[in-house]
Write a protein that binds this ligand. Structure first.
Ligand code: IMP
Ligand code: MG
Length: 180
């Protein structure tokens, strides 16, 4: 793995290795397997950013369950726009279901807050939140409850392991932080 990578016009430095990430994913999966064993949960992964985390997490889920995908967008470049758009919605019924949202990162919390509200509106019985990363210092929705968080990070911009800088860098196997 490289210590410094360039994505578009910016330099990023290695921050979390894939091995460190996967250890954290193991721990979250074990907790979900224990907690939701008899709930037949449906996992709802948030595209695009969560697709790699969702694949690694879901491979470690051993309980009866399903997975589906939803598409939201709030970031433009390096800033949260505050306006969260639902770009592609769900085909599966959420009525009476135990839902586990799978997100890459909770930053301001607006995306997750909106997702949870939409899922309850669709009739979900209980919505749990799992996220690979969270930036506690950036949270703007103090009431947001996160059930399963793999790793907490400072309020810095990161790329890799599914997360992008202006749609690039998602393919980096490790996570990198803006070098400045
Ligand atoms: P929020 O609505 O501000 O919580 O932002 C959540 C979304 O912004 C996530 O689903 C990510 O796609 C994106 N995001 C937040 N922080 C970062 C980051 O550091 N790098 C890349 N994308 C990020
Ligand atoms: Mg996202």
């Amino acid at each position: 793995m490289e210590n410094i990578v360039k994505v578009k016009d910016r330099e990023f430095r290695l921050y979390l290795t894939q091995a460190e990430i996967l250890e954290a994913v193991d721990r979250v999966a074990a907790r979900i397997n224990a907690d939701l064993a008899n709930k037949n949960p449906i996992f709802v992964a948030v595209l695009n950013g969560a697709f790699i985390f969702a694949a690694d997490l879901y491979r470690r889920i051993t309980i009866p369950s399903q997975i589906t995908f939803m598409r939201m967008k709030s970031y433009e470049g390096m800033n949260t726009s505050g306006k969260v758009k639902t770009i592609a919605s769900l085909h599966e019924s959420m009525v009476g279901r135990t839902v586990v949202v799978v997100e890459d990162i909770v930053d301001s919390g607006y995306t997750m807050d909106r997702m949870i509200a939409q899922l309850y509106d669709l009739g979900a019985a209980h919505v749990y939140v799992s996220t690979l990363l969270r930036k506690p210092a950036a949270l703007k929705v103090p009431t947001l409850h996160i059930d399963y968080c793999a790793l907490e990070i400072p309020n810095d911009f990161i790329v890799g392991y599914g997360l992008d800088y202006d749609e690039e860098g998602r393919n980096l196997p490790d996570i990198y932080v803006l070098n400045e």
